[in-house]
Design a binder for this molecule. Structure first.
Ligand code: HEC
Length: 183
């Protein structure tokens, strides 16, 4: 009796593992390669992306204040202080970024690295936009927004972040991307 029960359990367990494996494989294979990479691995490997800014871009005062989480990550950061950033785009998005025409392909990743100062390359914070699968956020062109800590590269917030969308939707004609650093 006990061994019969054991057999039933074993068969059940194998079936479950099988279903789980198939599910994982299906989900993974539907995801474009660039979406499968974690956000942390993107900001850790900026050399694999195209840097759009030749020199650090002086951020808008409004963005220096708002293009970051609502809580203050850097307590030394004063309002109105100049802030600088570099902007990087993954390979599939280079054309749309440079031309300002058309939509960014699914899988595009854009990273804005907020620098410690104009002369230091170290990032205090990263803000990232990723073009997700169709219907991720159909009303706002399917971008996912996220914020990562500079030194630890930890994800602090991600998703359809209302505060980001509120400002970026003013740039709907260039698919929510400001291109403010392109002269
Ligand atoms: C007050 C308006 C405003 C808000 C809010 C805002 N941004 Fe931005 N964002 C900008 C501007 C302006 C730029 C151009 C660079 C600069 O001056 O900082 C920009 C640039 C970017 C870029 C580079 C791509 C581009 O659009 O040019 C990314 C990525 C980005 N923001 C992500 C975010 C994320 C994530 C959030 C939410 C945490 C956010 N932004 C909130 C205004 C805003």
């Amino acid at each position: 009796m006990i061994s019969k029960l054991n057999t039933i359990w074993t068969i059940g367990l194998c079936a479950l593992i099988g279903i789980a494996t198939v599910t994982v494989i299906c989900v993974a294979s539907e995801t474009p390669e660039s979406l499968a990479h974690s956000l942390s691995s993107w900001v850790s490997n900026l050399d694999k992306m195209e840097r759009i800014t030749n020199v650090p871009h002086r951020m808008d005062d409004s963005t220096a204040m708002y293009c970051k989480p609502t809580y203050n990550i850097n307590p030394h950061e004063g309002v109105g202080e100049a802030a600088y950033c570099h902007v990087y785009v993954s390979l599939e998005g280079i054309e749309a970024m440079k031309s300002g025409q058309g939509k960014y392909p699914q899988g595009t990743v854009i990273v804005k690295s907020k620098l410690e100062s104009e002369t230091s390359g170290d990032a205090i914070l990263y803000t990232v936009m990723r073009k997700m699968k169709k219907a991720y956020d159909a009303d706002h062109e399917d971008w996912e927004y996220s914020i990562l800590d500079g030194p630890s590269k930890r994800v602090l917030a991600r998703g359809k972040l209302d505060s980001c969308i509120a400002c970026h939707q003013a740039y709907a004609t260039t698919d929510y991307v400001t291109r403010a650093y392109i002269k």
